[in-house]
Design a protein around this ligand. Sequence first.
Ligand code: URP
Ligand code: ZN
Ligand code: ZN
Length: 458
Amino acid sequence: MSILIKNGTIVTATDQYVGDVFIEGEKITTIGTALAMPADRVIDATGKYVLPGGIDVHTHMDMPFGGTTSADDFESGTIAAAFGGTTTIVDFAIQYRGERLHDAFEAWSKKAAGKAAIDYGFHMIITELSDQVEEEMDAMVRQGVSSFKLFMAYPGVFMLDDASIFRAMLRTGKNGGTICMHAENGGVIDVLVKKALAEGKTAPKYHALTRPARAEGEAAHRAIALAEIADVPVYIVHLSAAEALEQVTEARDRGLPAFAETCPQYLFLSEDNYDEPGFEGSKYVMSPPLRKKETQDRLWRGLAYNDLQAIATDHCPFCMKEKHLGDGDFSKIPNGAPGVETRMSLVYDGGVRTGRISMNRFVELTSTSPAKIFGMFPKKGTIAPGSDADIVIFDPEKTTTLSAKTHHMKVDYNPYEGRQVTGVTETVLSRGKVIVDAGKFTGRAGAGAFLKRSARSI
Ligand code: URP
Ligand code: ZN
Ligand code: ZN
């Protein structure tokens, strides 16, 4: 099968020009102007952007959490991702206490195989460290799971103590992997949560009030300090607080391999959302929580000046029925919100159209830079001969309204309900196959392949 995409505005992290892209099988083979080779299908992209497929390096499909499971499995979640212009996800496999990393890898491989409609990789969440697990970490990197998420929060569930964190970092410093850190001080938060509940403060908004920005800043500082001693790259996931951003900026200024992502929810929503009537505030119960509106400008500046290197979603949706597990006790509301489908349009509309970031930076933040940090580049993350033909044809003029009524995520609310965005994914190719075409899913559940990621390339 060959496809010729004609007359689109091709944008990579560094270039922008009108041209044609020729695809044979799964790969991009030729880029030029006025290409005339015969093709099985010709797509006219006049007036549209031709972008490398979005890469979302932070999703939780089919993830057990707080007595329930996230609403999207690998099938519904990756189809929704495709509709939103994302062609690769990196999901988090979880090693539960008492388990081997290989068990977690097998469990998540079973969840994804036969279901994922786009390519996927795994990070490995480590919740218990032993000599055997340390050895397995090396094996994981060899088999393409080259990043480990550690938690400084959720005591008794996911949280590791500093000694275990440091051991995992030392090992990763040697095996070529990268540490992903959930940076919030779990001990401090636990005290604040217990105090709030004892005082009868049970509503969703207390989730945010018991997770102060400084507790994120402190943990980011500690994560970076430990990583510096261990000589390992550290990537702070779902960074939400200016206090944490300052720590990343300072570390990068000193030349340390410190990286961070933020997420659309921290750029477009704020703590004010917790004041929505009734139990609506539970829609935004996620960790870290939404912050003050003023923080949004700080995050945008961080994105523009490369103090933040990626925008991922932390897609972890729960239906309202599940959110109601926390009726009368905010600490029992499952943490997380949907976002895998809305990322590209939100960031284009709120970032590029407002002049906060350039078009090249948009591509860099949503595709190229995560591909480089997590060992997928140049197979993924760019439009170049030899790269996978993961391509998004994006209409920069089309406007749509985000809504649970029309989205494809299997969750009964949309955190951006009613928000109009200009900039919409029109056509999506995954390894040379058209999987979204004129508003219809034309791919196949199970067509997505496990992505063996390399050890770090930056
Ligand atoms: O609230 C969140 N972020 N839920 C998903 C788990 C995590 O910490 O990423
Ligand atoms: Zn986390
Ligand atoms: Zn997450």
